[in-house]
Write a protein that binds this ligand. Structure first.
Ligand code: SF4
Ligand code: SF4
Length: 466
């Protein structure tokens, strides 16, 4: 299989209103305002004239707004407030693993290793039911540290929220991010009864996982995780979902082997998320690592393409979420719901912009008793709006990226932009190709799949995951 090579020269921003995408012998014009992709060769043939002798001449057009052919995206003002719709509860500030890169600093969030009480978790549920618009599904996410260190709060809060949803005639969805090592039979029953969506943190197969995810005594955890997965996947008529989340560092960047291995284990979906910021900067990706990551992810994209041609869906979320976003193309001004419809709750009941900001004053936006602080949220929504992100205003990929993860941008800046644009560029080519291969199947696939990206009003906080 020849893997497309995408150069930084091709993806670097040249014009804020459009971008030229080269796909084999073909050349497309991508219009930023509308997401339209026009095949310039076809257009020239149909109209009987060459629009420009050389397609790259488009890049020479002056970048002023108001060019009739290439409308500039409309600029919308940031909202003043957004109602809560999803909360993630940091129920256990403790973990049995010792991953060096952990944003929760091995579950302690930098010092406190207390658990969230059942009373506090129920207060968070009450806050969510009170603030969320009645016609929208509420999402309750359990996180840690390792949330299974606080089994009592997990179980009692789930039952409480489920009963409340029945009495109030509202929909509630449950998710949990876990390292899986502590799962017990009663947890599996809970997942099945309440149709959880589980995200299992796993960074590779065998030693590749163990190098990054040892337990506190330094022993690898892969075999223990695998054993638990077998239990999960053996549940008859399983209705809960099990996704793999791979944190990509320079030490586990061989994605194709990992992807194949995780598919074999039986995951319902797989997502690769590069590590941009860790508390002690350990294992963070460098600019050069991002070049390798792009090649690796493109190789996984090629496996997806091959599968699609053979009528087999490979559940790679990096591809599916990006294709979905291209397919739906709606300019969105935030990369995720953080600080809007989604917030993280600390053990002591404070509300933060998302799970990664828990304990970080920069993202402190309220508490479960008084609710969201209106002024703090308004500032957040203004400061984090895409139009306030200087570099993004001239970037052709901004409506498909929406400015990148807030936490990473605030704490590290934007070292991943070439990689993000490279991946979007590849997915635009892939989208054209898959449409031509089987437009009905692609439309069905993308029409039915849930989006997971930049809607500030509703998001469970995992972002699009570039
Ligand atoms: S963060 Fe995204 S939109 Fe902003 S410059 Fe980087 S790639 Fe472009
Ligand atoms: S993408 Fe959004 S929700 Fe996810 S870590 Fe970043 S800011 Fe938080």
């Amino acid at each position: 299989m020849t893997r497309p090579v995408i150069s930084k020269a091709e993806t670097a921003p040249k014009h804020p209103a459009f971008h030229v995408i080269k796909h084999g012998q073909r050349v497309f014009l991508f219009v930023v305002a509308t997401g339209q992709l026009t095949d310039l060769n076809d257009l020239a043939e149909r109209e009987g004239r060459a629009f420009f002798a050389n397609p790259s001449d488009y890049e020479l057009l002056p970048p002023e707004p108001g060019n009739e052919c290439f409308p500039h995206p409309e600029v919308s003002a940031p909202p003043k407030s957004v109602s809560l719709q999803s909360l993630s509860l940091a129920i256990a500030n403790k973990c049995n693993l010792g991953c060096a890169y952990c944003y929760a600093e091995q579950g302690t969030f930098g010092g406190r290793s207390d658990n969230m009480s059942v009373v506090m978790a129920k207060a968070a549920v009450d806050r969510l039911f009170k603030d969320a618009p009645r016609n929208q599904t509420i999402t309750l996410a359990f996180m840690g540290g390792e949330p299974l260190f606080n089994r009592q709060t997990l179980h009692e809060t789930t039952v409480y929220a489920a009963e409340k949803s029945v009495s109030e005639k509202r929909e509630v969805a449950f998710t949990m991010t876990t390292n899986a090592t502590l799962i017990r039979p009663e947890d599996v029953e809970l997942f099945q009864r309440y149709r959880f969506h589980l995200t299992i943190s796993i960074d590779g197969i065998g030693e590749s996982n163990d190098a990054l995810r040892p337990d506190r005594s330094g022993r690898g955890t892969y075999e223990r995780v695998k054993e638990k997965l077998q239990v999960l996947f053996a549940v008859p008529q399983r209705v809960f979902q099990v996704s793999a989340r791979v944190t990509v560092t320079p030490r586990n960047i061989n994605l194709t082997d990992t992807f194949r291995g995780l598919l074999e284990l039986g995951f319902d979906s797989i997502q690769f998320s590069p590590l941009l910021k860790s508390p002690g900067s350990q294992d963070e990706m460098s600019v050069n690592d991002f070049d390798v990551l792009l090649q690796e992810l493109v190789a996984c994209g090629e496996l997806f393409r091959e599968g699609f041609r053979n009528r087999q869906l490979l559940p790679l979320l990096n591809v599916l979420n990006t294709l979905k976003r291209i397919h739906d193309y709606q300019p969105e001004n935030y990369p995720c719901g953080a600080g809007g419809g989604y917030m993280g709750v600390s053990a002591d009941g404070n509300l933060y912009a998302c799970h990664r900001f828990v304990g970080d004053e920069v993202g402190h936006l309220g508490n479960v008793t008084s609710g969201v602080f209106a002024e703090a949220q308004e500032h957040w929504l203004t400061d984090r709006h895409l139009n306030a992100q200087g570099a993004c205003n001239s970037c052709w990929a901004r409506n498909l990226c929406s400015g990148s993860c807030h936490y990473e941008v605030i704490r590290r800046g934007r070292p991943a932009c070439d990689y993000i644009r490279g991946w979007i560029y590849y997915c635009l080519m892939l989208y054209v190709d898959l449409l031509e291969t089987d437009s009905t199947a692609l439309t069905l696939l993308l029409g039915n799949s849930d989006r997971n990206h930049g809607d500030v009003a509703k998001n469970d906080g995992t972002g699009i995951g570039y």
